[in-house]
Structure formats: C-alpha cells, structure tokens
Design a protein. Structure first.
Length: 311
C-alpha cells in the first residue's frame, strides 16, 4: 500500500481523494432515505446542486432518484440556469417542485427590497419554510459546503431545524465516526449536506472527472457589465439596480457561484473549458462567495439568515 502511495502521481492522488468524497456522499444519501420519510433535494441549478444530483443517481442506480427536486425561485435567476434546470429534469425524468418568492411577496408574507443593494435572496427563507410545511418534508438535502463561509463551517451533516425552521448553532449533535442521527421530534426537520466536506476545487474536479454538464455562465463569455464597489455586475436593468453613472461595458467574464442576479457578481476570466476552470480555481486566492454581495451586509449575515431558516 505504501509503495502504491509513493508511486502515485498528483492526478491519481486527486482521483483517490475525489473518490473518497464521493463514497462519503453516497453513504449520506442512503442514510437519508433509510432514516427519513419525505426527503427532498434543494436544487438551484448551480454546480453544487448539480453535483448532488449526480451523486444521488449513483447512490440509487439503477433505480431513479427516489425523491423530488425543489427549486425556490427568486424570479431573478440567470436565464441560462433556468434553461439548464428544465433540460436536466426532463432528461432525468424526476419530479421538480418550484415555489416562487414572487408568490410570497404577492401574499404579503415578505416585503420586496428596494434601492442600490436590493435582493430577493434573503426572501427565499419564507418561501422555503412554507414549502417544507406544505409538503411535510422531514429532510432537505442541500449543497452547502464548509469551505464557503464561516457560518456554514459550523453546520453538521445532519443539521436539525426546530418547528419554526430555525437553526441553533450552539445546540448541535455530535457526529462521531460518521454516525448520523436522524431522530427528530414532531415538527422538526433536518437539513442534510452530503458535500459538506468538499471544497470548490473538489466540486470542479468531480465535474471534470464525471464530465457533468453545467450552465454556460460558469464558463468565460462576452457579457454586458458594469462595475460597482469593485465588483462586476451583469446588466439586467429590470432586476439589477444600475445608477446613471455606472457605465456599461462588454467584458469577458464568468460566474463562480450562481444566485440571485441582483447579488451575484462575475469575475473576469478566460476559462472557457472545465480544464481551464479547474486550473483557475487551483490558483485562486479568493473565495467564490467573495462575489456574493448578500454575504457582505454584515459580519454575521449568513449566520443570521441560517438562524431564521435559510438553506
């Protein structure tokens, strides 16, 4: 065994690492279906949730994925993401549930933000909690990773939410020796994070290895953009606020993360293939969520949203 490790190339070592992460995620998926009655996979159309779908396929092959996918739609998604979502669902023949933030706004449950930094991202929480109650889901599988943000680093793989959908970071169960405890009380539900221990590079290495398709916005392309606060924003005037003095310019960009258009900035990049994206991320010294303005509202922005029931 030692000789095999000594003889291994960096590429083969990376493959071993990714395979170990895949095996862990498959184990988690199977534990979810063994311990819960009504699981659902939270699907955004982003690379992490796409990776979850591939892992779920492998976990239950040759059967179909045994739970629905659910998208909490802000109405401000990148069109490329929605097109990819619908195409993937059609190819897989899985059930897709869509619940819209706009409906929550119309019902007076949340108030639309306005102004320079307006976003619907935080409004998703109410729509999500209503959907969990509507379908009585007891386990919601998500693509959050511990490397993304410090609040997410505190999460367990099975993260219990109370009957109000809230998360208490000070009252979490130990998960020793990969023992996952799915026992919950009436009204509670669990958020499950099968790729919690992965990094952004791990996700892209897996996409590269498995040759998984992703939305085109992850690759370098020409786009009309403008600069605000040192970040590159897509020109979408009906969604993204743009001041009169913020000049539109065509740039070659890509997106490292996919979210509400109004809070997700692009990065200048020439990475137009998966191999180039992997190489770019390997050399990057900036977190992918550095381009998410909703995380910058305060030092504890993400943690506060999670406490209220966010993904």
């Amino acid at each position: 065994m030692l000789k095999d490790i000594e003889a291994a190339t960096p590429k083969s070592m990376n493959k071993l690492h990714v395979n170990a992460l895949e095996n862990e995620a498959i184990y988690i998926f199977r534990e979810v279906t063994a311990q819960f009655d009504r699981p659902v996979l939270l699907f955004s159309g982003g690379k992490d949730s796409i990776t979850l779908v591939r892992l779920a396929q492998k976990a239950f092959w040759p059967a179909k994925i045994p739970f629905p996918l659910m998208h909490i739609d802000t109405g401000h998604n990148f069109p490329e993401t929605i097109e990819f979502r619908d195409r993937l669902v059609a190819e897989l023949g899985v059930e897709l549930i869509v619940r819209k933030v706009q409906d929550s706004i119309d019902q007076g449950k949340v108030i639309e933000e306005s102004g320079k930094y307006a976003s619907r991202n935080s409004l998703q929480t109410t729509t999500l909690l209503d959907a969990i109650e509507e379908f009585k889901f007891d386990a919601c599988i998500g693509g959050a990773r511990r490397d993304e943000e410090k609040a997410r680093a505190k999460e367990r793989i099975f993260s219990v939410r109370d009957d109000f959908g809230q998360w208490d970071e000070k009252n979490q169960r130990p998960e020793l020796f990969d023992m996952l405890n799915g026992n919950i009380e009436h009204g509670q539900n669990v958020r499950v994070f099968p790729i919690s221990n992965w990094t952004e590079l791990d996700v892209w290495s897996y996409i590269q290895e498995e040759q998984i398709g992703v939305p085109s916005i992850y690759f370098a392309h020409q786009r009309n953009t403008f600069i605000r606060d040192g970040l590159i924003w897509s020109v979408q005037d009906d969604v993204v606020f743009r001041a009169e003095d913020e000049e539109v310019q065509e740039r070659t960009v890509r997106f490292r993360t996919v979210g509400d258009m109004s809070c997700t900035a692009a990065v200048e990049s020439g990475a137009d293939t998966i191999d180039k994206v992997v190489a770019e991320i390997r050399d990057s010294k900036i977190s992918e969520r550095g381009a998410r303005i909703d995380d910058k509202r305060s030092e504890a922005a993400m943690e506060k949203r999670k406490q209220q029931g966010y993904f």
